[in-house]
Design a protein around this ligand. Structure first.
Ligand code: BGC
Length: 737
């Protein structure tokens, strides 16, 4: 069954990782894959998209809402929880086709079993709604108590973020209303619980939680089920009366009944899969891993809002501050562009909306234009700290220059807007802020660049490229090429506007005070910008000036120099800093993005040179190596990288620490990378000027790859069948309804 992720035994060690692996979500919120009886100690989280809070001088981070599904079971006075009593059988399942989390846990008692069966989903048809069905059965007659309600004592990394707890209940509902402590934004959770059996019910309140105690005599072998309808609202929702609306959603869901809510939710999932499913025949593991990656992207997609984007750890918790990085534009966007362009537009809209933050950042550093936040939160201010790692030996914070020097972020934003524009052909995107962003990014780079009189060229100095281990380098090939691309895009954008919308163009130029001279400066800047080229002999592009002089040692050698496994490899003292070992795809990323501009030989030479020197210490790296090896015709080189990227959240084998800072969570950029590797890599899909071409090279174990893409409102079904004897592929491209 390539639609299910399953664990068939309870293992305490896996609790944290399973929180990521079995996650559910609907773009509005993500709910970690935890069990009903867990609390903040097991990192339960109902993580809200786009709502942040800062406690004291700690990092700002997203809010975890009170947990409306919290439920514990007591049988004849004894608690039945996997945490306190080893179950005799236990399965945890994530059905990715329907977005449902299920668990089934059994304990043996003297005269028979006690069984919990529970399933829950975060509704796709109403993003505020969580439904839980919780069934208990005992094989012997017994006294059962179910404590269920809203647990307001939530997990925080840098909290507590919620205060002013107001706990309410009446005959039907319970409700917890809180405020965030920094900006006083309301966060409200209401719950209605229905059951199909008679019981005594009382309400228990603690400082932050309201629970129902449901007590009844259970007959042997009879299933007793409660249905919980939990609604979550925050002050960010565009509604006048949050409290009333929150309650209303729970009331309506309860009236609707569990099955109806379930089927409405599944209908929405079916619609999503109808366009985005990818069929792989020949390898079931790959099939599941790719679908799972796609699932991960769906559960964090801001379908309901054009104000939100996707954080680097999705909605799996508060690591990476719930912030939006270049991950979204460079790694996730292609999936959405090809399968749900409306989501891609929402994502780029977030950057358009946060342009002011980018302007302020540029201004702060003494530059012009728009320097986007390295770690962006709700209003585009940079949440990235000056000290992103901690020295494991001294416990002292270490200064990193991520936010100050990863200037390639603005180029990623312009690139994303341009790609979305080209893909959708939607001029409105440029007219409604896209062009303004692109011009402001180009302006930023012009003010950032140095003109070297002696060399008669502009250089981009003092930056950090994608490889974060080497800080403050000059002429990073990736960054310079992306700057060039931004200029190219800016000039093309101006041409389009001048041509098609001269009035709007004048208005925009006058609004942002973009003079004729400034346009001429951009033209000159583009002509004279230095972008490192392949070496004539080796064809290798030097990652940055001076990289070639660094110590050329193996990855193993660098690893062997670590005194502590959690030691940070980069920055001032890192073991990789003085060597050629790099964290992630850098030159190779550039070659993949601009693959049409470099020869196959150049791409191959750089792949071969940089791959052994790449740690793949970021989950963003393997997919890029997969993509470029497909491009140079080598699917077998690509394959292990595809396996790595598509399994990142299934195996949990990713970096959990940067220095001593916990960075666990899901990896949506790698999930997007899995989709790219399969479709753009193995499938060889290219869309140019509205035309689809396929140049596929499937891995040996795949016989078929089939998928859909949406292009300018038309849906196409692409089916690649590979003859396993001859290795030849037959491709069909069908327009479907
Ligand atoms: C990578 C960055 C990435 C960030 C968030 C870091 O480890 O080096 O490129 O944006 O993680 O995923």
């Amino acid at each position: 069954m390539a639609w299910r992720v399953k664990e068939e035994r309870f293992n305490k060690e896996n609790i944290v990782n399973n929180g990521n692996k079995f996650i559910t979500g609907n773009g509005y919120m993500g709910f970690r894959g935890t069990l009903e009886e867990y609390t903040k100690n097991e990192l339960v989280a109902c993580n809200i998209s786009g709502l942040y809070d800062r406690q004291g001088d700690k990092w700002r981070e997203p809010i975890n809402a009170p947990i409306g599904t919290f439920t514990t079971l007591i049988v004849d006075g004894e608690e039945y929880s996997v945490l306190s009593k080893e179950p005799t059988q236990h399965t945890q399942v994530l059905d990715i086709k329907e977005g449902i989390h299920r668990r089934n846990t059994e304990w043996d008692r003297e005269k028979g079993k006690v069984i919990i069966k529970a399933e829950r989903f975060l509704s796709l048809s109403n993003v505020h709604l969580i439904c839980l069905k919780y069934t208990v059965l005992s094989e012997e007659t017994c006294e059962i108590e179910i404590n269920t309600g809203i647990d307001g004592d939530v997990w925080d990394i840098n909290g507590p973020h919620l205060e002013n707890y107001k706990l309410e209940n009446d005959d039907e509902y319970i409700k917890v209303s809180t405020l965030t402590q920094e900006l006083k934004v309301p966060v409200v959770v209401a719950e209605i619980c229905k059951r199909d059996f008679e019981a005594e019910e009382t309400i228990l309140k603690t400082e932050k939680s309201v629970l129902r105690n449901i007590k009844f005599k259970a007959d042997a072998g009879v299933e007793y089920t409660i249905y919980k309808y939990v609604s979550v609202y925050t002050g960010n929702d565009e509604t006048k009366n949050i409290e009333a609306e929150c309650l209303d959603v729970a009331v309506k869901a309860a009236e609707n009944g569990y099955d109806k809510n379930y089927s409405e939710h599944v209908t929405k999932w079916n619609e999503r899969w109808e366009v985005s499913d990818v069929i792989i025949e020949g390898n079931d593991d790959d099939q599941l891993a790719l679908r799972y990656s796609i699932y991960q992207l769906h559960i964090i997609a801001p379908v309901h809002s054009n104000k939100l984007s996707i954080p680097a750890r999705g909605l799996s918790g508060q690591t990476y501050k719930g912030a939006i990085f270049w991950d979204t534009e460079m790694f996730m966007l292609p999936f959405f562009l090809h399968t749900s362009p409306e989501v891609a537009i929402n994502l780029v809209n977030y950057r358009i909306r946060t342009l002011q933050g980018a302007r302020e950042k540029a201004n702060y550093y003494g530059f012009k234009g728009a320097f986007y936040a390295w770690e962006s939160q709700e209003d585009g201010q940079d949440a990235c700290s000056d000290f992103n790692v901690t020295d494991v030996f001294t416990g002292r914070p270490v200064k990193t220059y991520f936010k100050d020097k990863q200037v390639h972020i603005s180029a990623a934003v312009s690139h994303a807007i341009w790609e979305t524009y080209k893909f959708t052909g939607d001029d409105d995107l440029l007219l409604n802020g896209g062009a303004e962003v692109i011009l402001e990014c180009a302006r930023f780079y012009y003010s950032y660049a140095y003109f070297k009189e002696d060399k008669d060229r502009y250089e981009i100095l003092d930056v950090i490229g994608p490889d974060e281990y080497h800080e403050r380098v000059n002429n990073n090939a990736y960054t310079s090429k992306m700057v060039y691309n931004t200029l190219d895009i800016a000039l093309k954008t101006l041409e389009i506007l001048q041509d098609k919308y001269p009035e709007e163009c004048l208005k925009l130029l006058s609004k942002i005070k973009f003079s004729k001279e400034e346009i001429l400066s951009l033209i000159k800047f583009k002509e004279k910008l230095y972008v490192p080229m392949p070496d004539k002999k080796t064809l290798v592009i030097e990652q940055f000036s001076g990289y070639n002089q660094l110590e050329d040692c193996t990855l193993e050698e660098v690893k062997s120099r670590l005194l502590d496994p959690k030691e940070y490899w980069g920055g001032g003292h890192g073991v990789a800093s003085t060597t050629k070992i790099i964290k992630q795809a850098d030159v190779v990323l550039m070659l993949n993005l601009f693959k049409n501009e470099y020869s196959k030989e150049v791409k191959r030479a750089n792949w071969e040179y940089y791959e052994p020197r790449t740690e793949h210490g970021s989950s963003l790296s393997p997919c890029i190596y997969a993509l470029l090896s497909c491009d140079i015709g080598n699917a077998e080189w690509a394959y292990p990288f595809f396996v790595k990227t598509s399994n990142v959240d299934l195996t949990g084998e990713s970096k959990q620490f940067a220095g001593s800072i916990y960075i666990g969570g899901t990896h949506p950029a790698a999930n997007g990378g899995a989709w790219m590797s399969a479709i753009l890599g193995f499938g060889g899909l290219k869309i140019q000027e509205g035309k689809i071409t396929i140049d596929s090279k499937l891995p040996n174990s795949w016989n078929r790859l089939a998928f859909k893409v949406i292009l300018r409102g038309e849906k196409y079904f692409i089916d690649i069948n590979r003859d396993s004897n001859t290795g030849d592929s037959k491709v069909s491209i069908l327009k479907t309804s």
